[in-house]
Design a protein around this ligand. Structure first.
Ligand SMILES: [Zn+2]
Ligand SMILES: [Zn+2]
Length: 182
């Protein structure tokens, strides 16, 4: 069987480049192991889909965010496979239905002072009786907390773990938030 792992070839990124565009697949073209050149992100994702590979990491199992930083692909649990990515998406949808914004809000309301993502995720698992690994609880809880942060209910109080592009593209592994009123 032919291998279709797709790697990114980075162009020069100007200092004033749109950070969102950099992170979302801009400023690069792609080359597949089968020899096919793929001009942009859309073409690369399409080829990944045709060859049953994860459309996030394009079969490489690592997600390259900026030229000097990549991490294990979470969309496909580091397998590079489309099937794993689709099951992750289903599991995420299940987590989304089970872990509502109201549930998370009710669990963090009594907390005074900063609380950590992993701590809230553990509480959610305990309340719903979910064993570790059953559903993507952490990613869902993170999304809910970010949503509450965007709505002004919470304030992120951690410093980023990685600065990927100055201070505009940063990475938080297990951040802390606190209620905005505190
Ligand atoms: Zn190919
Ligand atoms: Zn992947």
């Amino acid at each position: 069987m032919k291998k279709h792992t797709i790697t990114a070839l980075w162009n020069d990124i100007p200092d004033d480049a749109d950070d969102l565009l950099v992170v979302r697949g801009g400023f690069r073209s792609y080359l597949c192991l089968c020899g096919k050149h793929l001009a942009d992100r859309d073409a690369a994702e399409l080829h990944a889909m045709e060859t049953n590979q994860c459309t996030t990491c394009l079969g490489t199992a690592t997600e390259q965010i900026v030229p000097n930083f990549s991490q294990r692909c979470t969309s496909c649990a580091g397998t590079g496979r489309r099937k794993a990515q689709l099951s992750w998406e289903l599991a995420y949808a299940e987590a989304e239905a089970a872990i509502t914004v109201d549930l998370v809000r009710s669990l963090i309301t009594p907390l005074t002072g900063p609380f950590q993502l992993s701590q809230v995720a553990d509480t959610v698992r305990a309340v719903l009786g979910l064993p570790v690994g059953r559903l993507p609880v952490g990613p869902r809880v993170r999304d809910v907390l970010r949503q509450l942060e965007a709505a002004g209910e919470l304030v992120l109080v951690s410093a980023p773990d990685e600065l990927l592009r100055g201070t505009t593209v940063v990475l938080y592994r297990d951040p802390y938030w606190q209620h905005a009123s505190e």
